[in-house]
Design a protein around this ligand. Structure first.
Ligand code: BMA
Length: 315
C-alpha cells in the first residue's frame, strides 16, 4: 500500500501564542477566526469579535501588526451592513468568518451573514482598498452557505470561487466551485471535494486559494464529531491551476488539530479554525493565523513547499 504522508509536523505553533486574547480587551468575550491580508507591509487580520453585551452575534474588526506577531485591535467594527439596503432581512448580526482575497489592487471580502433565524447564513461580497473604508457590493450566495472564498486572479477569463453549501449543526458539507464574469453573478457550479478522512468526515470548508507552481493550495477546515462533540481541525488540498475543479492533492492527516490548552478549552472546546493564510514566497513560508476554541487567535508557520508536497503525496 502507498505510504501516506503525515503532515502534522510541517507547521509549528508560535511561542507567543495566543497572539490575541480577550483578556487583553475589557468587554470582549471572544476574538477568533482571523482572515489575513498583507497591506503596505503590515499584516491585517479581519477578526471575529463577540462582546459581553446583551446582543447576539459577532462583529468584524481589524487587527494590525508590523511584525505579524504583535497586533493592535481596533475598537470599532470594520464591516457595517446597512439594514434595509438589501431586498430582504440581512441583519448586521453575526458578521463573522470573513475570507479576504486581493485581486489587482482591491481587497474583496466575502462575509457569511445571518439572513434570518430561519434561513441561516448567506454571503455578502464587499471590498476595500485601504482597510479603512468598507463597501458592501451584493449578496452573492443563497443560504445556507459558509466559507465562500475567491481565487486571487481570473482563470481562463473567469473569476472563480469556492464555497461550502449546507453545513450547520449535525449536517454534512462539501466544497463546491462556481465561476463568474463580474464577481456578482455566479454559475457553472461544480462539486470539488467531499469529506474524505477521519478528521473531516462530517464537513470541510475552504479558504482563499494560494497560487503555487504546482497548483492552488487551499487551507481547509475539517469537522469530525466524536462523543465529546465536534472537533475542528485544519488540513490542505491542492487544485489544478487551469481546471480548479480538479483536486490534485490533499493532506491525508491534519496540518493542525486542537491539542494545546488554548485550542481545546474556550467558548467552544476543540476548535482550530482557519479563514486563510499568508504565503511568503521569498522565505518559502506559510503563515497560518487561526481561531482557537472560538476564543483567541494563534499562529503556526512552516514550509509552503512542504505543505504543497504533503498534498501531492496523498492522491
Ligand atoms: C462553525 C463556524 C465557526 C466556528 C466553528 C466552531 O460552524 O460557526 O465560526 O469557529 O463553527 O464553533
Amino acid at each position: 500500500m502507498k505510504q501516506m504522508t503525515d503532515a502534522t509536523g510541517i507547521l509549528k505553533r508560535h511561542p507567543a501564542n495566543p497572539l490575541l486574547k480577550p483578556e487583553d480587551y475589557p468587554g470582549v468575550m471572544q476574538i477568533f477566526n482571523p482572515s489575513p491580508a498583507m497591506y503596505n507591509g503590515e499584516t491585517i487580520l479581519l477578526v471575529s469579535v463577540i462582546l459581553f453585551k446583551p446582543v447576539r452575534g459577532a462583529e468584524t474588526r481589524i487587527a494590525r501588526s508590523k511584525d505579524g506577531i504583535h497586533f493592535m485591535l481596533e475598537e470599532e467594527p470594520f464591516i457595517k451592513l446597512d439594514i434595509g439596503r438589501f431586498p430582504y432581512d440581512i441583519i448586521n448580526r453575526h458578521v463573522i468568518d470573513n475570507r479576504v482575497t486581493l485581486i489587482d489592487d482591491t481587497y474583496y471580502i466575502l462575509t457569511p451573514v445571518c439572513t434570518s433565524e430561519f434561513d441561516g447564513p448567506a454571503t455578502v461580497l464587499g471590498k476595500t482598498r485601504d482597510f479603512k473604508t468598507y463597501e458592501p457590493i451584493e449578496v452573492i450566495t443563497l443560504p445556507q452557505n459558509r466559507g465562500a472564498s475567491l481565487f486571487p486572479e481570473k482563470i481562463n477569463g473567469k473569476y472563480y470561487k469556492l464555497d461550502r453549501p449546507g453545513g450547520g449543526t449535525g449536517s454534512f458539507g462539501s466544497i463546491w466551485l462556481s465561476s463568474s464574469s463580474n464577481l456578482t453573478h455566479w454559475g457553472e457550479f461544480r462539486p470539488v471535494l467531499r469529506p474524505y478522512n477521519s478528521w473531516n468526515w462530517s464537513k470541510i470548508g475552504p479558504t482563499p486559494p494560494i497560487k503555487t507552481e504546482k497548483g492552488w493550495l487551499v487551507i481547509i477546515h475539517g469537522v469530525s464529531t466524536p462523543c465529546d462533540g465536534p472537533h475542528y481541525s485544519i488540513g490542505a488540498i491542492l487544485l489544478d491551476l487551469e481546471n480548479p475543479w480538479k483536486v490534485i492533492g490533499k493532506t491525508y492527516s491534519t496540518l493542525l488539530s486542537p491539542e494545546m490548552d488554548s485550542e481545546t478549552r474556550g467558548r467552544v472546546d476543540n476548535v482550530v479554525f482557519p479563514c486563510g493564510a499568508i504565503a511568503d514566497y521569498a522565505k518559502d513560508e506559510l503563515r497560518l493565523y487561526y481561531g482557537a476554541a472560538d476564543t483567541r487567535i494563534c499562529l503556526a508557520t512552516g514550509s509552503l513547499s512542504e505543505t504543497v508536497n504533503a498534498c501531492l503525496e496523498n492522491i
